[in-house]
Design a protein around this ligand. Structure first.
Ligand code: NDP
Ligand code: GDR
Length: 326
């Protein structure tokens, strides 16, 4: 029988890639669409999936709209990818972040419990929940949490609520603790896209320099297209569980810049300006994930190297900026 999925955050980076994957697998895909004053469907259009899905108006902070969406879609699987997902903004809008990123997940769980507790639930947990634990330089499912931003704290609430509903109401709630994953569809405020967009603009002569914050921070970066496969695989298991999804390689922002600039024959030192406005009140200095459990239980591993990822993003930004200039 045709499987049905409902995705929150469908207009985001992961929402678009997951939609593409589920359509390829023969799912009927529904998405919760938050009302904005301008269109937000450009990523769905870029992957040629807009028009093949059904969008239902709703917002994570409005539980009645989630109940309504579930009643319309009657999904087998519910993927909660919606969130205020930018760490930097979470200090400026902590309450909004708590409401959408934290309580929003609880709203989804409550809606499932009320309408149909058989619906499988995926929660987009994050490596930001590990935060500042220098004594744990390699993070796995058993590493203690110490979130360092209102975003991380909100995600940790959502993470534990999912586990609590698993234990309390027997809801099939999976948590994917995903480390940073990027793509040409990544939002421009995140550091990889900010860098690849700037590299393209500098190369094409329309930008002079690139202002960044802490370039000594280290991240474990993978490709979003690989990571949505892990979400899908978690939901196909016999039992709900928690999995770390990562590449197992960590790189400084500085070295990521080096890769991006070098690809177009430029030296990053000539363009990067350190700008205190991009420093965060509390930093997560090092993230490096151990995805052995996902490899063993899901048969999942990251397929795309950081070099492949960054060059894919620079190529796409070069194409996009050149088109803008035309
Ligand atoms: P994006 O920021 O690209 O997308 C966020 C999505 O959430 C958008 O579709 C946005 O809608 C939607 N949204 C925001 N607020 C609400 C709301 N109140 N009600 C309904 N929808 C809302 O995130 P990503 O695709 O990168 O990430 C997907 C999820 O995974 C997020 O929860 C993120 O926190 C988490 N995550 C991401 C990682 C990464 O490296 N990308 C790593 C680990 C976890 P709109 O377009 O209208 O703004
Ligand atoms: P992150 O991603 O906070 O890890 O959260 P981001 O790309 O924003 O930052 C990564 C690191 O780069 C440093 N940095 C800068 N970051 C930005 N955005 N802009 C800058 O100018 C800049 N200069 C240095 C940051 O300080 C940080 O150390 C992402 C989001 O997708 C979350 O939703 C997700 O949960 C985590 O990844 C895993």
């Amino acid at each position: 029988m045709l499987k049905k999925a409902l995705i929150t955050g469908i207009t985001g980076q992961d929402g678009a890639y997951l939609t593409k994957l589920l359509l390829e697998k023969g799912y009927k895909v529904y998405g919760l669409l938050a009302r904005r004053s301008t269109a937000t469907t450009w990523r769905l259009e870029a992957l040629d999936v807009f028009g093949k899905i059904e969008l239902i108006e709703g917002d994570l902070t409005d539980v009645t709209s989630i109940i309504r969406a579930i009643e319309i879609a009657q999904p087998d699987e519910f993927y909660n990818l919606g969130a205020q997902s930018f760490v930097g903004t979470s200090w400026k809008q902590p309450q909004l972040t708590a409401q959408s990123t934290g309580l929003g997940a609880l709203n989804c769980l409550e809606a499932i419990r009320i309408v149909d507790s058989k619906i499988k639930f995926y929660q987009a947990s994050t490596s930001e929940m590990f935060g500042g634990m220098p004594e744990y330089p390699l993070q796995s499912e058993t590493t203690p949490f110490h979130p360092r931003s209102p975003y991380g704290v909100s995600k940790l609430f959502a993470h534990w609520m999912t586990i609590n509903y698993r234990e309390s109401f027997d809801i099939f709630g999976c948590c994917g603790i995903l480390f940073n994953h990027e793509s040409p569809l990544r939002g421009i405020e995140f550091v990889t896209r900010k860098v690849t967009d700037a590299v393209a603009r500098i190369k094409l002569g329309v930008q002079k320099d690139l202002h960044l914050g802490n370039i000594d921070a280290k991240r474990d970066w993978g490709f979003a297209g690989d990571y949505v496969e892990a979400m899908y695989l978690m939901m196909q298991q016999n039992h709900p569980d928690t999995y770390v999804i990562a590449t197992g390689r960590t790189t400084t922002v500085r070295d990521m810049c080096k890769i991006a600039f070098k690809y177009v024959d430029l030296e990053y030192e000539n363009y990067v300006v350190i700008d205190p406005q991009f420093y965060r009140p509390a930093e997560v200095e090092l993230l490096l994930g151990n995805a052995d459990k996902a490899k063993e239980k899901l048969g999942w591993h990251a397929k795309t190297s950081l070099e492949q990822l960054i060059t894919m993003m620079v190529d796409e930004d070069l194409r996009r900026v050149a088109e803008e200039l035309r």
